[in-house]
Each structure stands twice: as structure tokens, then as C-alpha cells.
Write a protein that binds this ligand. Structure first.
Ligand code: GUN
Ligand code: FE
Length: 432
């Protein structure tokens, strides 16, 4: 066992949209102790209350002036796009053809996939992210590389090989059922192994035939513990193309519904151009939308309507979506989400932001039985934050009167320098 003494902050439920969190939703221990044992949280409490119960001689790490939160979660990200971040803009479909597809071709080579998987995980840990839902390329070896690298670091990760059997370069195009068989093999080898889970990953409607989407739905029916990730209603050109390709579907979402892809373990990235009726259908089927604010601004896709999603009871997770996203950091994602909210007249509070990044994303991904909270029995994934990490942040923090102000300053001014340590499965995996 091991104990960390620090300020502890964790959510037990959605704090609501108000300036003060709803009662009983936040657990804040200004001088707390977090007791780790066998990769899990054995106990946490005020330091003075827990100290007498600790076994003699147990190691105590003193982080008294630091803030510990659950590890950050990223609900939608493409590891294979790490090296094309910040490739000069334009809109979705040009960006895919000009940068993304050529880059993903490189993952046919296992050594390349291994190197980028390792680099991507190091970057995640540097910014305090301990769990992500990740797209590979269409090559199964891209997923072998990613799962193996995640397993070495004992990380809880969801990921899948992209399914794509049309409208992509030859080198990335699956045989319709070959891609499904590759997915089945990866599921057999990795799904449920340690902390890993498989997300069936049709890229988006335009790059799969109906036959491939139906077969992806068949995979999900064969094992209800699988996840699904794809893209939905990101860009107006994309939406018009989907309407042309699937005339039998009443709208974009219905393409996925007809193939059995919409359920409580499904994440749809973007969902910018939806109407209330589509939001109600998504909510009714228990799916979540991954809000990717920096990506949506980078590709000029639009300003996500978070308020309408919440009013519809539709779960919204938050995500970086790199390579279209401009920053892998959860703090940067919250800053971008705040800015998008401001342009829509619905500013995001720091409470909502940090809830989303931790328990909110864990719930959206059905992982809240494992991660997302500092609580007894939960897996010990957490981040140690230094809210005085930079001269500016230290100055700003010194002026803050309340926890809400400090959290907001962190979300607007914090970057990887504020992430002192990142722990996963009870072990420190990154130290600044
Ligand atoms: N839609 C289909 N593929 C992609 C992708 O790689 N990134 C984004 N942002 N949207 C997509
Ligand atoms: Fe994406």
C-alpha cells in the first residue's frame, strides 16, 4: 500500500449547470489522504481522520500543496493522426483526402504503428489522460500496436480498427467482410483482456457499404459488451453526401439505426447538425455524442449545441479528436468548450467541465463502475495537478478566493506543465 496526502476533488454526480454545484455532487477534501492498494483506492478521507487507521510504516507521499483529481478521459481520438495535427485546415472532406488518408497509409508497417502508439500514449500521460476511446487505421496491426502499448502501461483503453470498404485510397480499403474478420480476431485477442476493451469502428457512413455497416451491427449483437464509435453529422458537405449514398434512410442517424449501431455503448463524434427529433432518438437509445470543440473550430464544422443536447437528455462526452483537434489536453478541450459555449450564449462552468472530463465521460462510456471517481474500490487512475505550475498560473491562483475560481483558472491557463504526475492502476506512469 501507499498513501498520498493532497487536496482531493472528485464528483459523485452531475453538478448541474449552475454557478454552485448541486448538493451532494462534489467531494472536496482540502487536506485529504488517498490510500492505494493493489491498483485500487482502498480508502480516502481527511488526512487527520485516515492517519490513525493506517498501518505502521506505510509509505506516505506528501503532495500537500497539490490537487488530485480522477484521471482525465478522452471519449474520441485518433492515435494514427498524431503527426498530422495542425495540417493547414480547410473543411472535413478535403482534410481527409489531403492529409488524413495518406498519413493512415503509413500504419501498414508495424514498426511505425509501434512507434506512434508509444508516442501517443506518452503524450496522453503528459496531459493527464488515463483513458481514451481511440481510432486506429484500417490495418489490424495498428490496433495490435496500440493495445500492446496500452497493456504495457496498464491503462484502461477502448479502441478499434477502422472499418472502411469504399471511398478511400486502395491501400486503406477493407474487403467488406475481411475488415469484419480482422475485427473479430482483434476482439478475440484483446477485448476484456486486462483493462482493454474493443470498440467496433466504422469510420463514418460514407466510407462503408450498407453490407459492412450491417456486419458491424452483427458484431455488436453477438457480444453486448462491445462498444461502438463512429462520426455523425459533423459537416454539411458530409451530410449531403450521406443523403445521396443512403436514399433509403430518413436522415444520417437513421443510416446507423438501420444497421443496429445505435445503443448505450455507442459514441457518435460531433453531432453538430442534428434536430431535436434526432437528439431524442439518440437519447432514447442511450447513446452519447462526443463534443470535440477544438476539432470543430479547426475544421470550421460548427458550434455544438450543448444546451439542446442536455434538454433532450442526451449524454454529451468531451473529446480532443486529434488530428483535427488542435490539442490532446483535456484542459485545452475544456477551454475550447468554454469558448464555443460563449459564442452560443451558454458558458460552460468549471464544475461542468471537470465533471465531464472525469465522471461524465466515464458514465458516457459505461466505465463508471471502474474509473472516473476517487472513491473506495475504484481503480487508482488519477492526476496530480500543480495549480501554481507556471508564474502566471501561480499569480492567478493566488488571487482566487474560491475553488470554483481556481478550477476555472486551471481550465483556461493550465497546460501540460500543470500535470505534475499521472497515475494509472495505482502506479505513477508519468512525472513532469
Ligand atoms: N469523419 C470521418 N473520418 C474523420 C476523421 O478522421 N476526423 C474527423 N474529425 N472527422 C471524420
Ligand atoms: Fe474523429
Amino acid at each position: 500500500g501507499l498513501v498520498l496526502r493532497a487536496e482531493l476533488l472528485s464528483f459523485d454526480a452531475d453538478p448541474g449547470d449552475g454557478d454552485t454545484p448541486l448538493p451532494g455532487t462534489v467531494r472536496h477534501l482540502p487536506d485529504g489522504a488517498l490510500w492505494l492498494e493493489n491498483g485500487r483506492i482502498r480508502a480516502l478521507d481527511d488526512y487527520v481522520r485516515l492517519a490513525p487507521q493506517l498501518p505502521e510504516g506505510i509509505e506516505i507521499v506528501d503532495h500537500s500543496d497539490k490537487l488530485i483529481m480522477p484521471g482525465f478521459i478522452d471519449s474520441h481520438v485518433h492515435y494514427v493522426q498524431l503527426e498530422i495535427m495542425a495540417s493547414y485546415g480547410r473543411q472535413l472532406l478535403d482534410w481527409l483526402n489531403d492529409y488524413t488518408f495518406p498519413e493512415e497509409c503509413r500504419f501498414a508497417v508495424r514498426e511505425h504503428a509501434d512507434a506512434i502508439a508509444e508516442a501517443f500514449i506518452e503524450e496522453l500521460l503528459r496531459v493527464g489522460t488515463t483513458t481514451a476511446q481511440v481510432f486506429g487505421s484500417s490495418h489490424p496491426q495498428s490496433m495490435e500496436a496500440f493495445f500492446a502499448a496500452s497493456q504495457r502501461r496498464e491503462l484502461r483503453m477502448l479502441a478499434g480498427k477502422v472499418l472502411m470498404d469504399r471511398h478511400a485510397p486502395e491501400a486503406l480499403t477493407d474487403d467488406t467482410f475481411g475488415g469484419i474478420h480482422d475485427s473479430e480476431r482483434l476482439i478475440a485477442d484483446w477485448h476484456g483482456k486486462g483493462r482493454l476493451g474493443y470498440s467496433v469502428t466504422p469510420r463514418f457512413a460514407p466510407t462503408s457499404t450498407r453490407a459492412q455497416l450491417d456486419a458491424a451491427g452483427g458484431l455488436l449483437r453477438s457480444d453486448p459488451s462491445l462498444w461502438l464509435q463512429t462520426h455523425l453529422a459533423e459537416n454539411t458537405g458530409e451530410i449531403a453526401w450521406v443523403a445521396e449514398l443512403f436514399p433509403e434512410s430518413r436522415d444520417y442517424l437513421n443510416v446507423y439505426e438501420q444497421s443496429g449501431l445505435v445503443g448505450p455503448r455507442s459514441t457518435f463524434a460531433h453531432g453538430i447538425h442534428l434536430d431535436d427529433e434526432m437528439r431524442a432518438r439518440l437519447a432514447g437509445q442511450g447513446a452519447n455524442i462526443a463534443f470535440c470543440p477544438s476539432s470543430n473550430m479547426f475544421l470550421g464544422s460548427g458550434l455544438f449545441d450543448r444546451r439542446s443536447a442536455r434538454e433532450a437528455g442526451l449524454a454529451v462526452s468531451v473529446a480532443s479528436d486529434i488530428g483535427a483537434g488542435t490539442d490532446l489536453s483535456g484542459l485545452a478541450t475544456l477551454k475550447a468548450a468554454y469558448q464555443v459555449g460563449q459564442l452560443r450564449g451558454e458558458a460552460l462552468t468549471a464544475w461542468q467541465g471537470f465533471y465531464a472530463l472525469t465522471l461524465g465521460n466515464a458514465r458516457a462510456l459505461s466505465l463508471d463502475g471502474h474509473i472516473g471517481r476517487l472513491a473506495e474500490g475504484m481503480e487508482a487512475d488519477f492526476v496530480v495537478l500543480d495549480t501554481r505550475a507556471t508564474p502566471l498560473l501561480a499569480r492567478r491562483t493566488a488571487r482566487c478566493q474560491t475553488l470554483a475560481e481556481r478550477l476555472f483558472a486551471l481550465m483556461m491557463l493550465g497546460d501540460d506543465r500543470a500535470i505534475l504526475e499521472t497515475w494509472a492502476n495505482g502506479r505513477c506512469q508519468h512525472r513532469r
